[in-house]
Design a protein around this ligand. Structure first.
Ligand code: 13P
Length: 253
């Protein structure tokens, strides 16, 4: 079975002390991750080392950065390289979140370069895609997402693409409390998988984990994750509450 993943995206929330407490609280709660299940915590940069230390002994639990730069090193004030992430033990990074695309003008091509530098260093990109409300209302979501995937990922080899985790996050469902229905999620996840199948073949496409993001909560996670092409979630608000996120972890199939 392909990996089923509950990924927390803390975004720009919590102090160091609050983050430490949240991780301690989640770790203390009962959860069991089987071999094909993972929990990932995408925490702010200053907390990566702390979080990595806390989960170092935990099986199938990982820390992720929320971004990285597309260059190896050098005069890029304020940016963080993949090498820096590796040096604090971090092997996962969220790329192309809609908030970064919108507020920091990250383009598909630029994100493709970030994906490349991650894969060249054995860092797993959690690559976000998803359409705005206006696109969904015009029924243009498939074309929109297909273009994001094509322009950022389709230059990758068959081996490389299987190292990428996809997170489909419709912008209209992020932080709005308006979740895609499980049928809507399944429909577009199946479409995304079909795009990978067309490019790389069925066997490869079946290996790629596709997470859903957008108002995932403890009370809707099980229903969403039960869909055949929904392989877990990327969770914002609900990942800041220990019991909520733990219940989401426990909703993985
Ligand atoms: P919410 O779960 O708060 O809607 O955020 C989703 C998200 O953007 C995760 O990356």
């Amino acid at each position: 079975m392909r990996k089923q993943i509950a990924a927390a995206n803390w975004k720009m929330n919590l102090t160091l002390q609050q983050g430490e407490k949240l991780l301690d609280d989640i770790i203390a709660l009962p959860h069991q991750l089987s071999e094909h299940q993972q929990a990932v915590f995408a925490v702010p940069f200053p907390y990566l080392a702390m979080a990595q230390q806390k989960i170092a002994e935990k099986k199938n639990v990982f820390v992720a950065a929320q971004n990285c730069y597309n260059k190896k090193s050098g005069a890029y004030t304020g940016e963080t390289s993949v090498e820096m992430l590796l040096s604090v033990g971090v092997h996962h990074v969220v790329l192309g979140h809609s908030e970064r695309r919108e507020y920091f003008n990250e383009s598909n091509q630029f994100l493709g370069e970030k994906v490349d530098i991650c894969l060249a260093n054995n860092v797993t990109p959690i690559f976000c895609c998803g359409e705005a409300l206006s696109v969904r209302e015009a029924n243009g979501q498939n074309e929109f997402v297909a273009k994001q995937l094509e322009e950022s990922l389709f230059h990758l080899s068959t081996v490389q693409i299987q190292e990428v985790v996809i997170a489909y996050e419709p912008i209209w469902a992020i932080g709005t409390g308006k979740t895609a229905s499980s049928a809507q999620a399944q429909e577009i996840h199946a479409f995304i998988r079909s795009q990978f199948a067309a490019k790389y073949g069925d066997a490869v496409a079946n290996n790629i984990s596709i997470l859903y993001g957008g108002s995932v909560k403890a009370n809707n996670a099980k229903e969403l994750f039960s869909q055949p092409d929904v392989d877990g979630g990327l969770v914002g608000g609900a990942s800041l509450i220990a019991e909520e996120f733990n219940a989401i972890i426990n909703s993985l199939k």
